[in-house]
Design a protein around this ligand. Structure first.
Ligand SMILES: [Zn+2]
Length: 331
């Protein structure tokens, strides 16, 4: 796979490849980002959260690439209005979770290029305390060489051991609401309180500022960021409905776009489209870059842009090459 990617990197040419892949890939790609960090900050981000961040200079280069190659960057609303079949190859830009750097770093770059984008927000971290388990857990693990779970001593003295425990705890965290997640972390690390992460996430004032700009669309990323598949239909309904009601009421906007928390096969029950349609949502995005399921506007694929994405990687991702290779080789 890596070798194949290397070969493709050598022969890739946007125009000729584009025609070839159009049929396989469709005429649009939705890219997704989480945070865009300053270059000096990105060096400090380690471990399992690293994939959530792209450096400012890489992000800037990627946007420049879209501009220079005259690739249409359209809003998710436009994509919907064009019935998911834009006349010219188009890119939709999206951000999950609502990191503060979206307004501080990404927004000025996007504004300068006049590129529309959508941010999917989690109301719970807006109307309660801004906090997510993945940042806290990793920070706390840094301070430990050993932790006790159910009377078992667990060695976390190396980076690999820390990551493996992180992934183990992640499975539990995906099923808990924020209150329970906090309780669990406090118990695990013997903390009296959790970290206030207001510096990491957009606040209401910043969101209101963004909403004034026509380039910005706000979507829902569910109420509590749970892995929906593991829950009953009623809870899934509540998670989607509550987030919509909160965002619409608070920001006086209409919410028509949804992003599945975690967004992988194991996180989606695949009947959410019934709920989402009934509630007036018109598109929903996953974090899977391909699927074998029939096209459905409520299970749209997206392509992840993480750190260390070179220009050739970026081209490949735009063209859907990685997705198609995976389809061919991992069926
Ligand atoms: Zn998320």
């Amino acid at each position: 796979m890596i070798l194949l990617k290397k070969i493709i990197n050598r022969v890739i040419n946007l125009k000729s490849f584009n025609f070839f892949f159009k049929k396989l890939r469709g005429n649009f790609v939705i890219l997704y980002y989480h945070g865009v960090a300053d270059d000096y900050e990105i060096e400090k981000i380690k471990g399992p959260n690293k994939h959530l961040f792209v450096s400012k200079s890489n992000f800037s280069k990627q946007m420049e690439f879209l501009k220079n190659n005259k690739i249409d960057v359209i809003s998710i609303d436009e994509l919907y209005k064009l019935d998911f079949n834009p006349p010219k190859f188009s890119v939709v830009l999206s951000f999950d979770d609502g990191y503060k750097d979206n307004i501080k770093i990404a927004y000025p770059i996007l504004k300068e290029k006049n590129f529309p984008f959508i941010i999917y927000l989690i109301p719970k971290i807006l109307n309660e305390e801004p906090w997510v388990w993945w940042i806290e857990l990793w920070d706390q693990l840094q301070k430990k060489n050993m932790i006790i779970i159910d009377k078992d001593k667990i060695d976390v003295s190396t980076e690999d051991l820390k990551i493996s425990l992180f992934l183990r705890i992640k499975k539990k965290m995906k099923l808990l609401q924020i209150k329970a997640q906090k309780k669990m972390i406090k118990e695990l690390f013997d903390l009296s309180s959790t970290t206030n992460m207001s510096e990491f996430f957009l606040n209401e004032k910043e969101i209101k500022l963004l909403i004034e700009d026509k380039l910005v669309t706000i979507g829902s990323h569910s109420q509590d960021h749970l892995s929906l598949k593991k829950f009953s239909k009623n809870i899934i309904y509540d998670q989607i409905n509550k987030s919509k009601i909160y965002l619409e009421k608070y920001f006086d906007i209409s919410i028509k776009h949804f992003s599945y928390p975690y967004g992988q096969n194991e996180d989606i029950a695949f009947y959410e489209h019934e709920i989402l349609s009934a509630l007036g949502f018109v598109t929903s995005v996953t974090t899977m870059d391909y699927s074998y399921k029939k096209f459905n506007p409520h299970y749209l694929n997206r392509c992840s842009i993480g750190p260390n994405v070179s220009e050739n990687d970026f081209k490949r991702k735009l063209l859907g090459v990685d997705r198609i290779l995976r389809k061919i080789f991992f069926r």
